[in-house]
Design a protein around this ligand. Structure first.
Ligand SMILES: NC(=O)c1ccc[n+]([C@@H]2O[C@H](COP(=O)([O-])OP(=O)(O)OC[C@H]3O[C@@H](n4cnc5c(N)ncnc54)[C@H](OP(=O)(O)O)[C@@H]3O)[C@@H](O)[C@H]2O)c1
Length: 356
């Protein structure tokens, strides 16, 4: 199989860096284009990137020249699929224009996430929603747009899905402790976060509540019927560099049973994609830790190369008469770049990246 030519829009940012790292040696994808904001166009990646993934920028990346995010540059590059980490205001027009011209766009920006024909994908949870892309031809698009959920939502929905399948979900309350990398390279000034917790993240609670019911919803006659779960989120920024921790309280529809819930989480294989053997898919999308003091961001954020959600402290919850647990996920990998690459693998395996 020829490799699919891919580009990363916003390759210098935190999610962009993880993306190029994952794509560099990918068996199915060939990195063809890196872009950043206007001031860096034409310069060498190694000179301008503030590389935070290790001591040195990988040598294969150093000499690559940063391209412009203009439509003509992207089209000239011959990419078939792009990963977009652009800010929402810049993403809207360029992503739609690319889809119109036959490119598949996997995007982590907020724009269009709730439109009926746009899948919001967390592959092990709702790979079947990829069908929605077939409706996008009505927009006159030869390509497609797929959205990657917010990082907190990816982690939450992976922890909820096995319990939903086993016991049903009526209400979910989630209180988050989100790392500073979740806000991007320039997101949180150190003077605000060291020795502190910020009990507000703009728009995050609404995102988590709304995205989760779409992802956990069922696809019926090419329409996603949102899951009928009441979700309430409280989101907080904490002085951790990478890894979001979530305290989750659940009212189940069936009689709550901690052992059944643990077993469902432990045995969850992500059946919606399992048979496809996608290169980035973790063997176990959810890992259950039995120790009383796990998961912890510093210790558990790179389990399965950062692609698994780690859960622990499953116990009965008296207030909701249900189950409570802690979930941890790597916000930059499982919460963003890794899920985007997994989505691209899913599309490729299903023959939905056609080339142009
Ligand atoms: N961080 C996370 O944990 C996380 C998780 C899930 C989703 N997301 C989403 O992913 C996206 C990127 O997040 P991030 O944390 O990587 O942000 P970031 O570190 O601030 O990076 C943003 C990237 O976009 C580029 N950019 C900004 N404006 C641009 C423009 N007008 N044209 C071209 N490139 C432009 C930046 O290039 P320069 O370097 O040239 O400025 C940089 O490469 C956001 O939508 C965010 O909500 C982030």
């Amino acid at each position: 199989m020829d490799k699919v030519k891919v580009g990363v829009l916003g390759a210098t940012g935190l999610v962009g860096q993880k993306l190029v790292q994952l794509l560099l040696k990918h068996p199915w994808f060939e990195l063809e284009l890196l872009t950043a904001s206007r001031e860096f166009v034409g310069r060498k990646y190694g000179e301008v990137v503030k590389w935070l993934q290790g001591p040195f920028t990988p040598p294969e990346l150093n000499e690559l020249i940063i391209g412009s995010t203009d439509l003509s540059t992207i089209m000239d590059s011959k990419v078939e699929l792009v990963f977009s980490t652009l800010p929402s205001k810049d993403a809207l027009s360029v992503e739609a224009e690319l889809a119109k011209r036959g490119i598949v766009v996997i995007s982590s920006s907020d724009s269009m996430k709730f439109e009926e024909d746009i899948p919001l994908l967390n592959p092990e949870v709702n790979a079947d929603h990829v069908e929605l892309t077939k409706l996008q031809s009505r927009r006159g698009w030869r390509g497609a747009i797929l959205k990657t959920p917010n990082c907190t939502t990816v982690i939450l929905t992976l922890a909820l899905k096995p319990i939903m399948d086993e016991l049903g979900l009526r209400k979910v309350i989630v209180s988050t402790m989100q790392s500073i990398s979740g806000a991007g390279l320039t997101g949180v000034p150190s003077i605000d976060i060291i020795d502190n917790i910020i009990p507000y993240i703009d728009g995050e609670e609404e995102r988590v509540e709304r995205e989760s019911v779409k992802i956990l919803g069922s696809l019926e006659s090419q329409v996603v019927k949102p899951a009928s779960i009441t979700i309430s989120a409280s989101c907080h920024r904490v002085p951790v560099i990478e890894g979001h921790l979530e305290a989750i309280f659940i009212e189940t529809i069936e009689e709550p049973d901690v052992e059944l819930a643990s077993k469902a989480l432990e045995e969850f294989k992500g059946n919606k994609i399992r048979a496809l053997n996608l290169p980035t898919a973790p063997e176990k999308p959810v890992i259950v830790r039995r120790e009383l003091d796990r998961p912890q961001p510093r210790l558990d954020r790179y389990i399965s190369n950062g692609m698994s959600v780690v859960v622990g402290r499953l116990r009965m919850d008296k207030a909701l008469r249900g189950i409570k647990l802690i979930a941890l996920g790597n916000n930059l990998i499982r919460g963003a770049a890794g899920t985007s690459v997994l989505t691209a693998e899913l599309l490729t395996a299903k023959g939905l990246v056609y080339g142009r």
